[in-house]
Write a protein that binds this ligand. Structure first.
Ligand SMILES: [Zn+2]
Length: 300
């Protein structure tokens, strides 16, 4: 799922290519807007809010799109065609007097009046990367449910908008807290500042790097590194798979030594075929019973 910084970068690219262009023809391939027609209108803005995209048009209409798992905008230059194998993925065609833009695989493609944008965004917390960023409000919302695991609170877009799984997991690591630490025991302001700093850095640099090391395989501390040695203490990185039906129980990686605190029981901790259940379990939640450098951690 794209994170807020990916959507922000997409908005910047689309703005450069499409703002100021006139729509020559539009083709909505979603049932609720099958008859909508944006032709004759000028594209006036492409803006992101968290993981949402807003495309505004000259007659007071806003197109709201959300990428969810693998949606994307693709822009094709004049005289060029979208690759045929993407035809079935198209949800919207915006043909302009310049390039043509295609919204692909997006589960959310809806038109609202620009004056009513709050109806689609009003539930969201402050946008981490937006001009109206409000740290106090984000911290206030995060604190509202004191027993909630910090990783869930950071992922809940109603608290603050834009943080995806990568930034949430890496923030927990860098703050030295288990992802399941209740928010009341976490310095939320420091966590939010760190996440925002990393995401803003990502806006001007390729990739999503938290380690400062852009070499392949070196870009993250724990994200995507199940069973690999922690870069600081060599303890194998632990992994909890996502839980179906629980939107905030996402794939989670953490170092049991560098991030002390609560952790899911093995029953609550589904894992994948190929990732051994119970890896490193003897060290969970304990700084003292560390396993760094000890062989044979992957029992059974
Ligand atoms: Zn570690």
């Amino acid at each position: 799922m794209p994170e807020g910084d990916s959507v922000w970068k997409a908005a910047r690219r689309l703005r450069e290519q499409l703002v100021g262009r006139s729509v020559v023809a539009s083709d909505f391939r979603v049932p609720q807007h099958a008859t909508a027609d944006l032709s004759g209108q000028t594209v006036t803005a492409f803006d992101s809010y968290g993981k949402h995209m807003l495309t505004r048009f000259s007659e007071g209409v806003t197109l709201h799109t959300h990428f969810e798992m693998d949606g994307a905008w693709q822009v094709v230059g004049p005289g060029k065609a979208l690759p045929k194998d993407l035809d079935d993925d198209v949800r919207l065609v915006l043909r302009t007097d310049g390039p043509t833009a295609y919204a692909l695989r997006m589960p959310v493609v809806e038109l609202v009046r620009t004056a009513d944008e709050h109806r689609v965004l009003g539930h969201l917390g402050p946008d981490v990367l937006g001009p109206g960023w409000d740290e106090d409000e984000a911290v206030r919302r995060l604190s509202a449910d004191p027993d909630r695991p910090v990783v869930e609170a950071l992922l809940d877009q109603r608290n603050l908008a834009g943080i995806g799984n990568l930034w949430a997991v890496e923030t927990c690591y860098l703050r030295g807290v288990s992802p399941w630490t209740p928010v009341r025991a976490v310095d939320l302001r420091a966590a939010v500042r760190l996440a925002r700093r990393m995401m803003r850095h990502s806006l001007e640099h390729p990739g999503q790097v938290t380690t400062g090391d852009t070499r392949r395989g070196m870009t993250h501390w724990v994200y995507g590194r199940a069973e690999r040695p922690c870069r600081r203490c060599a303890t194998p990185v632990a992994f909890r798979d996502s839980v179906t039906g629980q939107p905030y129980a996402r794939e989670t990686w953490w170092c049991p030594h560098c991030q002390p605190g609560p952790f899911p029981t093995l029953e609550q901790r589904p894992t994948r075929p190929g990732l051994r259940r119970g890896v490193n379990e003897e060290s969970f939640g304990s700084r003292t019973r560390r396993t760094a450098g000890r062989p044979g951690y992957a029992r059974g």
